[in-house]
Design a protein around this ligand. Structure first.
Ligand SMILES: Nc1ncnc2c1ncn2[C@@H]1O[C@H](COP(=O)(O)OP(=O)(O)OP(=O)(O)O)[C@@H](O)[C@H]1O
Ligand SMILES: [Mg+2]
Length: 200
């Protein structure tokens, strides 16, 4: 198995699963956490991530197909996406991708799916398709506040990562979100939370 990446909470390997090239995401122990708590967190994030990957896919959002989940080993085997991260390819020339990201987020939110860690590192580009990954911090919620925070987390990382694409890049994300049925109310709430965070 080839180590593809050491993420913040997992090791990612390129492996074979029933003859197919797969990505194995293995959540590794965090020594600073209490052993039982750590075990529980890694298990719930593993099963939670697999469930949300499937749920997103059922909505028509592209995500890697889940091949297998091992709760004990804290592992998910999934389709290997051959392509770069959006973070590494997004530029002025292809800024229309931002609109499509916004559309996908609207579809998630409309169906009560909160991604939990929206960043351009968690979107992969394969040909014309955008694949959403890394749902380990996600959840199901219909709450306005949860959706607003989901967007705000994205805005903050987007601004910091793509300084040269601001403000247009973020504006395109929001316009895609609204055009695809995302509620203006949620964007308003995001702005409110942003002010609250800034001044308190
Ligand atoms: N299905 C996949 N196919 C190919 N590469 C993948 C796949 N899933 C993840 N990767 C690669 O591994 C990286 C980390 O994956 P992921 O975001 O799921 O883990 P993480 O532990 O949250 O890592 P990070 O801290 O970098 O966000 C991705 O940015 C991507 O480069
Ligand atoms: Mg990630």
């Amino acid at each position: 198995m080839e180590l593809v990446r050491q993420g913040a909470e997992a090791k990612l390997f390129k492996a074979k699963f029933e003859g197919k090239t797969a990505l194995l995401k293995k959540r590794v122990p965090k020594r600073y956490r209490n052993r039982q708590l750590d075990d529980r967190l890694r298990s719930t994030r593993t099963t939670g991530e697999a469930n949300l990957l499937r749920k997103a896919r059922s909505l028509g959002i592209k995500t890697p197909t889940v091949y297998a989940v091992d709760k004990k080993k804290k592992e998910i085997a999934m389709q290997f996406i051959e392509g770069p991260r959006l973070k590494d390819v997004l530029e002025k020339k292809n800024l229309s991708l931002c609109k499509r990201v916004g559309e996908a987020i609207a579809l998630m939110h409309e169906n009560g799916l909160i991604h939990g860690d929206l960043t351009t590192s968690n979107v992969m580009v394969k040909g014309k398709d955008l694949f959403f990954i890394d749902f380990g911090l996600g959840k199901q919620s219909k709450k306005l506040e949860d959706k607003a925070v989901d967007l705000l987390v994205f805005k903050k990382t987007f601004e910091a990562t793509h300084v040269e694409l601001m403000p247009l890049g973020w504006e395109k994300i929001v316009s895609g979100y609204l055009q695809a049925g995302g509620a203006q109310e949620i964007v308003k709430q995001m702005q409110k939370v942003e002010q609250r965070v800034r001044y308190h």
